[in-house]
Design a protein. Sequence first.
Lengths: 250, 250
Amino acid sequence: MVAALERRMPQESILYLGDTARLPYGTKSAATVTRYTQRNIDFLLARDVKAVIVACNTASALALSRVVPHYHGDAVPLFGVIEPGAAEAVRVSRGHVGIIATESTVRSDAYAAAIRRRAPALTVRSAACPLFVPLVEEGWQDDPITRAVAARYLAPLLTDGLDTLVLGCTHYPLLRPLLREIVGADVVLVDSAVAVADQVAAELGDKGLLGGVEDQTSHFCLTDSNSPFQQLASTILGRDDLSFELVDVS
Amino acid sequence: MVAALERRMPQESILYLGDTARLPYGTKSAATVTRYTQRNIDFLLARDVKAVIVACNTASALALSRVVPHYHGDAVPLFGVIEPGAAEAVRVSRGHVGIIATESTVRSDAYAAAIRRRAPALTVRSAACPLFVPLVEEGWQDDPITRAVAARYLAPLLTDGLDTLVLGCTHYPLLRPLLREIVGADVVLVDSAVAVADQVAAELGDKGLLGGVEDQTSHFCLTDSNSPFQQLASTILGRDDLSFELVDVS
């Protein structure tokens, strides 16, 4: 998400909060995820951001609609990743959409509902992939064990002409090469990050909120110091000069 | 742990707190695990327990020595699982001990240090097994994928005459049959729960604190409603009449 935002809005500085002390969110209830999401948003607002993106798919699916009323009236726009991801899937699909996501995101039915609302004729199937995040954090992105897990998770989606697969969790784009092998060359892999960056840029532009920062910086706040996140972030962004700050949002 | 305590002290009622909203602890830093452990202990003390067992191996390894001074002077004794587990490993080992645990427990070196302190001549090797908890929570205890993961994790421990393997995480006893296949019939598998139950019973007896409850009950408090924990607890205890209560310790 940070990479997509940096590319789309090179004039903006990004403040990233990773709630590494309480992750993963993907197995937790809507009540818990909503409580944590609200605290995370409050933390970012207290640092004077001009827009907030709930980049975690689980938090977007379970908490966004619940926290929006709380911030209604605030000047700061709030974005999620489900609607842009669903819109992109509808745009590219020829009939059969698959969604892979955490257990909580799948159970929420948020992606499937957002797609059906836009295109009731599409068939949508979802598969929860709870081992993908720990496998990525173990560093086994290109590994026969991960391939066997992915083949098992994806099998129910591959039965009837899948043409589009939504990568419904921030970690899954790191499995893109392996997922590509399993689904074949003809299936479009949708990562909502690009669609979200486009939406955010458009809305900030409409509101006259786009900035003119000359030296773009991205700053990372984490709630736990001991996380594979730092390594993953460097891998995704392709640089090792990232600045990390340990914070307490509880 | 609950099963071992129930068997060893049938006259005691047990209040169990599972911090399912913030688990897993096994990838987190000592600072975060200590903060959470302290809140969990405060919650149990507020419910008037007469002893507290930090049953999570990661919390015992990272937080116990840090939280003990905080409760020093309280009448309520505080137990961990590392020392009893290490003592049991030393008792049964003929020379080569292996420890499997979470990443944070292994990094803490708590088990190895406790064993070396008692028996400096033993060789001790540790292996972090971060995928075991999610594999167990996925329900894949008896599965070729879990077997492949376990074979990879255990390989470095099997090189020089391993005779004792410490199951250093509450979830791992559920993998006992599969681990037994991999290590063979001659390796002793140590689950600290029984050793802990013996120690707790002895100390409560010494202090005249053993109770005389006629109808033993175990009550489970969870911080998140949506967890495989409830299913796991029923599986481990072999009954489906468990009582669960949703609580907030944050």
